[in-house]
Design a binder for this molecule. Structure first.
Ligand code: BDP
Length: 336
């Protein structure tokens, strides 16, 4: 009996010690999480007050809120972490955790993305969003994984237009001989060449000085970028040809995401989706404000009433695309 009592009290001691140490561990772990959140970095090329950057920040806020501060995404605006192509490479090998980029430079890593940025592809902004938020957009996000990226979500890119410092451009022939900066994308080089101009691929951050020094005569971008970079001050002829809508994407590094639990990965993906309406709203407002500022700044705005001659010049570019891109283009065109 005495022996049994001893055994029981011994067991009780072991049990209570185990519990005590269990509680202590949990306490320590919870405490440690509070002081040491997981901090991840997101690279953004635009300045902090730009609608897209504000969209990134909303995404980061939602992640923080929904993980009770366990995951903090720090947004680095104004290309602090580098220009887009270099940043994408760093995301691929896990040195940067997230980035929001234009799919133009991303397509050199995952060529099928070219289908999303073909000139005169979308009938409207709505058509593009139906593609991005529908099955095609979802599949494309998922298709990034073998290349080392996790596709997280899309942002509004606006329509891109040509601008230059030399002369008003009414029709493709007026571009002849102009040196036009394009994003670091083979497709965009092909597009500008098909229009009869000379294409110069160059990082975004170098375009202003390129225009100023005459290394290039022009470039192409949406209203907010044309305005926020002050390009309108050095290249005042802006032609509303609306040749492309190049979706903006948030991607994560597969290496960084794999360190997180499945639940946290889902929170992150959902947060990006939930930030889209906010970014789109800010975008619509900024488009108007930028247009007003550029017009007031003295830019010459050229309306293009008939886009047919522009579209005609793109036929060869469509025909040149590999089969998988052509098949995807067809699917995109069929989306209502
Ligand atoms: C802007 C995109 C940005 C690109 C830039 C460019 O938002 O991601 O880097 O165009 O032309 O519209 O490089």
């Amino acid at each position: 009996m005495k022996k049994l009592l001893l055994v029981i009290s011994g067991l009780a001691l072991v049990v209570s010690m185990t519990f005590a140490s269990g509680t202590q561990d949990q306490g320590a772990a919870a405490g440690a999480k509070e002081v040491k959140p997981i901090v991840l970095r997101l690279a953004e090329t635009h300045p902090a007050d730009y609608p897209t950057t504000k969209g990134d920040m909303r995404f980061a806020e939602l992640v923080k809120e929904r993980t009770n501060g366990r995951i903090i995404i720090e947004v680095y605006p104004s290309s602090q972490l580098g220009q887009e192509k270099a940043v994408i490479e760093q995301v691929q090998f896990g040195a940067i955790d997230f980035t929001r980029v234009s799919i133009s430079p991303l397509a050199s890593f995952v060529p099928v993305f070219n289908a999303l940025q073909m000139p005169y592809l979308y009938r409207s902004e709505e058509h593009m969003w139906n593609v991005l938020l529908g099955p095609i957009g979802k599949e494309l996000l998922a298709s990034l994984e073998p290349s080392g990226f996790i596709g997280i979500g899309w942002f509004e890119p606006g329509a891109r237009n040509f601008y230059n410092s030399k002369r008003p451009v009414y029709k493709p022939e007026d571009l002849a001989g102009l040196k036009i900066r394009v994003q670091e994308s083979e497709l965009m080089v092909g597009m500008v060449q098909a229009l009869g101009a000379a294409a110069t691929p160059m990082p975004y951050g170098e375009v202003y000085s390129g225009l100023q020094t005459g290394v290039i005569d022009g470039a192409e971008n949406n209203w907010p970028s044309y305005e926020s970079t002050s390009h309108y001050e050095v290249a005042k002829y802006y032609t509303l040809d609306g040749h492309t809508r190049v979706p903006e994407i948030i991607i994560a590094s597969k290496i960084s995401m794999q360190k997180l639990s499945k639940e946290d990965q889902e929170i992150i993906k959902q947060a990006a989706l939930d930030a889209i309406p906010y970014q789109r709203q800010l975008w619509a407002e900024r488009e108007k404000a930028s247009e007003a500022k550029v017009r007031a700044g003295g830019s010459i705005i050229i309306e293009v009433t008939d886009k047919t001659p522009w579209q005609e010049k793109m036929k060869a570019l469509y025909a040149k695309q590999p089969n998988d891109v052509q098949a995807l283009i067809k699917q995109i065109q069929d989306v209502k």
